[in-house]
Design a protein around this ligand. Sequence first.
Ligand code: C2E
Ligand code: MG
Ligand code: MG
Ligand code: MG
Length: 288
Amino acid sequence: EAKRAGGARFCLFEPEMRERAVRRGGIEAELRRALQEEQLFVVYQPVVGFASRSDIDHGAGVEALVRWRHPQRGLVSPVDFIGVAEESGLIGAIGDFVLRTACRDFMQWQRLLGPAAPRSLAVNLSRAQLSDPDMGLRFMEILRSTEMPPSALQLEVTESLAAQDETMLERLRELRANGIRLALDDFGTGYSSLSCLHLLPVETVKIDRSFVSQVDTSSHHRVLIDATVRVAHSLNMITVAEGIETEAQAEAVQELACDKGQGYLFSRPLPAEELLAWLLARGYGKSI
Ligand code: C2E
Ligand code: MG
Ligand code: MG
Ligand code: MG
């Protein structure tokens, strides 16, 4: 009886699984084409420094975020294709593309805005990228060819990637030894805790949006952010509050001594030309 039920279940699921595999294979082929046909592009979201909010963001930076303009489906979120890219091995080529594009744009802003240009460029790194032993060398070659100073680049990794994996930690230390900076992304959503923060070779901790979005309404979330900032500061790390959407949230995280903020309140992620306009409108590059 049980066996028959099992068999029946298997039959029920089989077409569904096949459909899923076919669909994923479809996306994979489309993603490969997207790379060749330049459907991928990079947008930039400002990260603002709180200490100098008056002349907003001297010392601030931008985060590069990949986008896919699909010929039929329109704009596809990285949430919907990074996973496929990782499983199919396309993430290496996509990651290289994002880094190269972002470094070129970043250096272009330096030329156009001089000392008023953003000072740091954050680029996301996924586990599959870091698992590739050649990634570090390719990244250094991209920095060299775009003349990007390694110290202006910050690679963002998540807790799950960095925690308790000696190979990954060693790769991260190598990147750091090459002068690249590291940030812990989405802090609070993973399994590692404040007591493990000192084990990670990061300079910046980005507090996840799920905490920031409730900082002004929930004392629980406020306490967690407070503790994170205190521990991070005691380790000489910088904190960034992610996903700030309201003035109330911006005020609350500043009261808790967060160093920087990022979110729709300041700007949505923008194409390179629009970011330049945003910077100029905010008083950057006044001197030119
Ligand atoms: P993330 O690195 O944590 O990036 C922040 C995400 O929050 C971005 O979503 C950004 O658009 C969104 N965001 C920023 N401010 C706000 C806000 O005020 N409210 C709300 N609701 N959202 C806000 P996006 O661009 O869809 O990227 C999602 C995730 O995909 C990223 O999360 C990152 O983990 C991954 N990702 C994006 N680009 C890349 C890439 O080039 N390489 C890799 N490996 N992963 C990437
Ligand atoms: Mg990020
Ligand atoms: Mg994040
Ligand atoms: Mg993330």
